[in-house]
Write a protein that binds this ligand. Structure first.
Ligand code: GTR
Length: 402
């Protein structure tokens, strides 16, 4: 091949890659909030819903809560597994030497009655009072949440993405999805007085279709999707952490980004022991209205990740569902809720999330609670230092005053 032909091919390939970056993850994948029509009529949070009359007081809200949760399990997520006693099998301290000097870290192995195990890494600040704890999932497994990848921390028990198997891809993850995509800024969090607990949902339900379907088939309830199973893991973690005297059982926070933001929201909606929820860029099936046809469609998400949801969810590709995500946010009321977005993340549909937030506000008002909060940062889908600072500032406002 001549030099000219070779340079032409190289040039075209580079151009193609640059164009892909610009339009798929780069600056031209912009959010155009102004151009998107927000559906005006939403299924009611307080008005007559299904066979129920309108809700006018806090006691009646209890009944509405149960109705809505049931509808979400039926139409969106599948049934949450039944509560099963969780027990700590072992706790092993992780030496600060192995994790860049970070103190107070330990690995806990949790077993569920009836089968199933998973690992948790807990980092507790040195404090005289019980501390709030932020609970979150990670994409690459607990070991990979630390740049040192210490042997003392277990890798996932089942399938996990090949790009997580070594540290090779870490700089690329960070370039595309921000510095805290593989694991949170432990030091920054504990310095602010919060404990942090991380887990890998794939220890129970791996994030790959065949493995997920096999794991979900063994669940005790009907149609359970992966998001429901991951949400349920937050509750099992709270079962065990509530008995830990170093932690404040009344200040347990569910945190999640993107697919794990969806799980954190459902966890907070279903489990009222969760004190507050922080969900970043949770998008379709998370905090964005399903009937807001922008960004990722129901068709796209249920084709790529059918096992995340109840099979009924994909019946809403063309028709609107009887429930919508503002009602999921309402289920978190009166507890503190923070939603975060990025300006160049149109796929996650920030406008649909803002509309959902507005739709949940009447329930916060009914329960005399401060309304949920929202922030929009520059940049793209991912987890940045600003995301964590926004999280911690929010938690300082709602969780620290005692
Ligand atoms: C995408 C998916 C989104 C979101 C995202 C993520 O592929 O379509 O709904 O969950 O993954 O988790 O980063």
């Amino acid at each position: 091949m001549s030099i000219l032909a070779r340079s032409l091919i190289t040039g075209l390939t580079l151009l193609g890659l640059a164009a892909f970056w610009l339009f798929s993850v780069g600056p031209y994948r912009r959010l155009d909030v102004a151009g998107e029509a927000i559906p005006r009529a939403l299924p009611p949070v307080l008005g007559p819903f299904e066979a129920e009359p309108a809700i006018t007081d806090q006691n009646q809200w209890r009944r509405r809560r149960a109705t809505l949760l049931d509808a979400f399990e039926r139409d969106t997520y599948g049934r949450l597994p039944a509560a099963r006693p969780a027990r700590i099998v072992s706790v092993s301290p992780i030496s600060p030497q192995d994790i860049g000097g970070l103190r107070g870290a330990e690995q806990t192995e949790i077993a569920l009655r009836g089968g199933g195990r998973f690992n948790l890494v807990l980092v507790v600040p040195n404090a005289r009072v019980p501390t709030p704890v932020i609970i979150l999932q990670n994409y690459c497994g607990n070991r990979a949440a630390f740049p040192e990848r210490p042997e003392a921390i277990a890798t996932p028990l089942h399938y996990y993405p090949f790009n997580c198997h070594s540290g090779f891809f870490r700089p690329i993850h960070q370039l595309i999805f921000g510095p805290w995509i593989d694991g949170p800024p432990f030091e920054r969090i504990t310095r602010r007085g919060y404990a942090v607990a991380i887990f890998y949902g794939g220890d129970l339900v791996p994030d790959r279709r065949a493995d997920a379907e096999a794991a979900l088939a063994g669940m005790d309830r009907r149609d359970t999707g992966a998001i429901a199973a991951w949400a349920w893991m937050y509750s099992r973690i709270i079962d065990v952490l509530s008995a830990d005297r170093r932690l404040d059982p009344h200040r347990m926070i569910a945190w999640g980004q993107s697919r794990y933001g969806k799980a954190a929201l459902l966890a907070g909606a279903a489990d009222e022991r969760i004190f507050a929820v922080v969900a970043l860029q949770s998008g379709r099936g998370g905090d964005a209205l399903t009937r807001h046809r922008a960004g990722e469609s129901v068709g796209a998400i249920t084709q790529a990740f059918p096992y995340w949801f109840s099979p009924r969810f994909r019946t809403f590709i063309e028709r609107d569902p009887p429930i919508d995500q503002h009602q999921l946010l309402a289920l978190i009321a009166p507890r503190p809720l923070l939603l975060g977005y990025a300006r160049r993340d149109g796929w996650a549909d920030p406008a649909g999330a803002i509309a959902a937030l507005r739709g949940a506000e009447p329930v916060y008002d009914l329960l005399h609670a401060p309304r949920p909060q929202f922030f929009m940062r520059d940049g793209r889908h991912g987890v940045t230092t600003q995301d964590w600072d926004e999280t911690l500032d929010f938690l300082d406002r709602v969780a620290l005053p005692r």
